[in-house]
Design a protein around this ligand. Structure first.
Ligand code: ACO
Length: 346
């Protein structure tokens, strides 16, 4: 097939670009958790559980809960503002906002649009991304694509959840595990900086029934039956999820390091999804991590899904575990099933 002469052909505006000289640097991170703390001893009074069971089976001691009038977009905006301050970026510089969440304020408009209004980033495009606990790494990779292709220079990536709104507070199998919070990162092209080196993403929809919330979508809209059937709360097969989490996190982490041609000894700080201490230990052991290499903060927050590694990244930086020039390995796993890993030069 012969193409028309070049003069009349539509010119792809991106054709003149390449990735040379382009980097996706993380110029600032921030996080926010609501003030209210729910301890294991309080949970002992709510369901048939004990502090001892929760601590030994999960490592969680307490979690933060958003107030009745505090929503995912509020948590997200607080974290975003902290990240922007640290990056030295003003709202009018933001080109794109991506919010990773499974607990949007409402089905639409997107929580990202509500954040845009709240922080005054009126120039920015905005959308939500749903990859459960893996959402922050999915969002980092998408942000990187926009930056490397020179579509945008400054992207705000946020992981934010108000999981307390979809947790069944009468189900001891799940209610002890989750908490609310948000973490954010400002991604920018900056000369002579590295930042996000690679991100691996994976999914297996055949295992979608291990962790899900049946109600609220087109399959099961809200009705008196759906409410009576407790369909608007999350459901999880804990044991199966656990097994899949360890294997998927390992595979993703190994692939990310292979792409960067490094081994675990080069990583200063491994930041895994904070779901269960035993999952973190199993992954660390199989990766050959040394004592202190795995960053852990789940005793304070529980599982905050898409916010989890974002909050942990912020705390790893604030505590000095991660210094400029160090390599960090982020590893995530969540409903879908989804998983991912990213190598960052901080
Ligand atoms: N207190 C006391 N007993 C409990 C509690 C509780 N809170 N919860 C469960 N039990 C009981 C169970 O009923 C069971 O009793 P039985 O043996 O009489 O039936 C027993 O404890 C053991 O239950 P298991 O489910 O086998 O416990 P397990 O050691 O697997 O731990 C847990 C459960 C913590 C849920 C674990 O399986 C886990 O962490 N799974 C992974 C969860 C996860 O990583 N999710 C990530 C994705 S989250 C996202 O994407 C939103």
């Amino acid at each position: 097939m012969s193409l028309p002469p070049t003069t009349t052909r539509f010119k792809n505006p991106r054709a003149k670009y390449n990735f040379q000289g382009r980097t996706c640097s993380i110029s600032g991170v921030g996080s926010y958790v609501p003030a209210r703390v729910l301890t294991n001893s309080e949970l002992e009074r709510m369901v048939d559980t004990t502090d001892e069971w929760i601590t030994t089976r999960t490592g969680i001691k307490e979690r933060h809960l958003a107030a009745k009038d505090e929503f995912t977009s509020d948590l997200a905006s607080q974290a975003a503002q902290r990240a922007m301050e640290r990056a030295g970026v003003t709202a009018d510089q933001v080109d794109l906002i991506i919010v990773a969440t499974i607990t949007p304020d409402m089905p639409f408009p997107s929580t990202a649009c509500l954040v845009q209004r709240r922080i005054g980033a009126h120039r920015a495009a905005a959308f939500d991304l749903e990859a459960a606990c893996s959402g922050f790494i999915y969002a980092l990779e998408i942000a990187q694509q926009f930056i490397m292709s020179r579509t945008y220079d400054t992207v705000l990536v946020i992981g934010a959840e108000k999981l307390s709104s979809i947790v069944d507070w009468t189900d001891r199998n799940t209610c002890v595990l989750f908490g609310d919070g948000a973490g954010a990162a400002v991604l920018q092209n900056r000369p002579n900086a590295h930042g996000l080196l690679t991100a691996v993403m994976g999914a297996d929809g055949r295992k979608s029934d291990l962790l899900f919330m049946p109600g609220g979508g087109s399959r099961c809209p809200a009705s008196s039956e759906s409410i009576a059937g407790r369909a608007h709360y999350l459901r999880m097969e804990g044991r199966e999820t656990f097994k899949n989490a360890v294997q998927a996190m390992l595979t993703a982490a190994e692939e990310a390091m292979r792409r960067c041609e490094i081994d675990i000894s080069r990583i200063k700080c491994i930041i895994p999804h904070q779901a269960n201490r035993r999952i973190i230990d199993a992954v660390g052991e199989r990766l050959g991590a040394k004592a202190g290499q795995m960053f852990v903060n789940l005793h304070k927050y529980g599982n905050t899904s898409a916010a989890s590694v974002a909050i942990a990244l912020d705390e790893a930086v604030a505590s000095g575990c991660l210094q400029r020039g160090d390599l960090a390995l982020l590893i995530v796993f969540g409903a879908g099933l989804t998983w991912g890993a990213a190598v960052i030069e901080w």
